[in-house]
Design a protein around this ligand. Structure first.
Ligand code: GAP
Length: 540
């Protein structure tokens, strides 16, 4: 079938999401609330599966990552330390003519609400100068509406991990390198939410803070610091890995994760932020982009992609900031470093001490400490390094659950032809979700609903499978219609209970069912008692 154009495709996807119960506009009966979305029955399971796949990969299948589930509202000093109060802004422009507000850097992409429709930068409305607009939602904690009770809905989940670092270290029985994972809501008062759920005001993040030793500590312990030697996955983590190879490792791990849930590598782009795009404390950041239908195109007409996830090497900035603001040490004691240091020759000690001193001094000056204080503190910190103490550095893979759910929906959407009950070809919309994330894994159908023996057997099969996977039982309508409904829901497998199952055509087919594959539409005969193991192998 001819491929629909990007705009049309997105319209079809948005309407399918509503009609099939993936995603609804929040507060729709009151006209909706811009930037807020609700997940319907299928969307809820899809997003839950996305988060579970992330959690399983990032924590359960690893020894070196633990979890955290922190509050959305936290002490306001956290957001001063992180820099969000001062710098978490987008440039905003007001149109005095039509009263609309635009992000200054998106004026060529956002239409002005006045007719005839033009992009904001092409309309002749009188615009204000761009000014910073803080994206945090604020709120008052407690019954007294005063400034000192003002705090914020978290704009990212990451900061709680930094703020709880010492408790996490003390209780998790982990040593650096190790990570802390968190999944949860984040809120940003985006100036112009758009592209369906892509840029929302309430969304969920899946963030890992992976703490590593500073390179100076690695060098003291291992003699050298391993750096990337070739593109691709660097293999199993090694004790001598420096930050660059850890960063590469996490980029590759994350791309593998996306491939493993059905986003082909060809649909993803690894975008290395340029030095001028990096935050001042970041050493590197790779954005993993997905080629959404609404992405911009390059000069060759190829989709350029939009951000699904950023993987940043953030140095020791975050923990250092909380150390300064809370006045509590965020250092770890590293026994290996303490033991290794005295064995270094004097030249190496001086070299590592100087390097560590200089980076710490640079950070302290950058965040506004006086030269005297920065010098004194950096000297103390370099001295502490030689005794085994340092503030860990961090690699942060930070992904959005809603963006990933949307990418999976876009990637799954497919129009093709399938035979109806009479064998004639008809168009079908099929959501080709990977079985790992598909909202419903299996549909169970009795061939006819007016044959009690078939219905009873089908319900038995449903009850047998239900504890293991998400099953949808459907007896209404012709079997072809029922398949079509499940194709649109993205259910990868369907089981039909027919007269052969009851043994009416001989004992050899008794207690077997047809198992239909959504994508190939092929059917095979399978014994009921083999269904659990066969399906679980395909789904996990
Ligand atoms: N702690 C780092 C951090 O928050 P970010 O790039 O601002 O980094 C990480 O956000 C991820 O969160 C993004 O890659 C995206 O998937 C998701 N995200 C950010 N803003 C979003 C929004 N307004 N709507 C939906 N998802 C968003």
């Amino acid at each position: 079938m001819a491929e629909p154009k990007s705009g049309e495709l997105m319209e079809k996807i948005v309407s399918l999401c509503k009609e099939r119960g993936f995603i609804f506009q929040s507060s729709e009966i009151y006209g909706g609330l811009n930037g807020f979305w609700d997940y319907g029955p299928l969307g809820t399971d899809l997003k839950r599966n996305v988060k579970e796949a992330w959690w399983r990969t990032m924590t359960r299948l690893r020894d070196d990552v633990v979890g955290l589930d922190a509050t959305i509202i936290m002490h306001p000093r956290i957001w001063q330390a992180s820099g969000h109060v001062d710098t978490f802004t987008d440039p905003m422009v007001d149109c005095k003519t039509c009263k609309a507000r635009f992000r200054a850097d998106q004026m060529d992409e956002i239409p002005c609400p006045r007719k005839p429709s033009k992009m904001a930068n092409a309309c002749d409305g009188e615009k204000t100068e761009a000014r910073p607009f803080n994206l945090m939602f604020d709120t008052i904690v407690g019954p007294i509406r005063s400034e000192e009770n003002r705090t914020y809905l978290r704009p990212e989940t990451a900061q709680a991990i930094f703020a709880q670092f010492k408790n996490l270290l003390a209780t998790s029985r982990q040593k650096v390198p190790f990570g802390v994972a968190q999944v949860g809501k984040a809120f940003r008062n985006e100036v112009t939410p758009r592209n369906f759920t892509f840029r929302s005001r309430e969304f969920e993040q899946m963030e890992l803070e992976f703490f590593i030793k500073p390179d100076e500590a690695i060098e003291a312990i291992s003699g050298t610091v391993a750096k990337p030697t070739a593109p691709g996955h660097p293999g199993e983590p090694q004790p001598n890995w420096g930050w660059q190879i850890w960063h590469q490792y996490w980029v590759e791990e994350r791309v593998r994760f996306y491939e493993g849930i059905g986003l082909p590598r060809s649909s993803l782009v690894e975008y290395w932020q340029k030095p001028e795009e990096l935050a001042h404390y970041a050493r590197a950041c790779v954005d993993i982009l997905y080629k959404f239908p609404f992405s911009k195109r390059d000069e060759k007409g190829e989709l350029m992609g939009e951000e699904l996830e950023g993987i940043a090497a953030r140095s020791d900035f975050d923990l250092s900031q909380h150390q300064r603001f809370a006045g509590k040490p965020m250092t770890v004691f590293d026994e290996e470093l303490r033991a290794a240091w005295p064995k270094l020759d004097e030249g190496k000690k001086a070299e590592l001490n100087k390097r560590y001193f200089e980076t710490r001094q640079k950070y302290l000056l950058k965040v506004g400490e006086s030269p005297e204080k920065a010098e004194k503190q950096a000297r103390e910190e370099a001295e502490a390094l030689s005794k085994g103490y340092y503030v860990p550095h961090v690699i942060e893979p930070s992904a959005g659950a809603d963006r990933l759910a949307l990418a999976l929906i876009c990637s799954a959407y497919c129009e093709d032809q399938a035979p109806d009950d009479k064998g004639n070809l008809e168009s079908r919309v099929v959501m080709k979700f990977h079985p790992r994330v598909a909202p419903i894994k299996l549909a169970v159908f009795p061939l006819l609903k007016n044959k009690p023996e078939l219905v009873t057997k089908a319900k038995e099969v449903r009850d047998l499978l239900r504890p293991h996977l998400t099953v949808f039982y459907d007896e209404a309508g012709a079997i072809g219609r029922r398949y079509r409904r499940q194709d649109e829901a993205g259910t990868p497998f369907g089981v039909t209970i027919d007269f052969d199952t009851l043994g009416e055509k001989g004992p050899e087919l008794k207690d077997t069912v047809t198992l239909r594959d959504r994508d190939s539409m092929k059917q095979e005969r399978v014994k009921i008692d083999q269904l659990v193991s066969l399906l679980m192998a395909k789904i996990q």
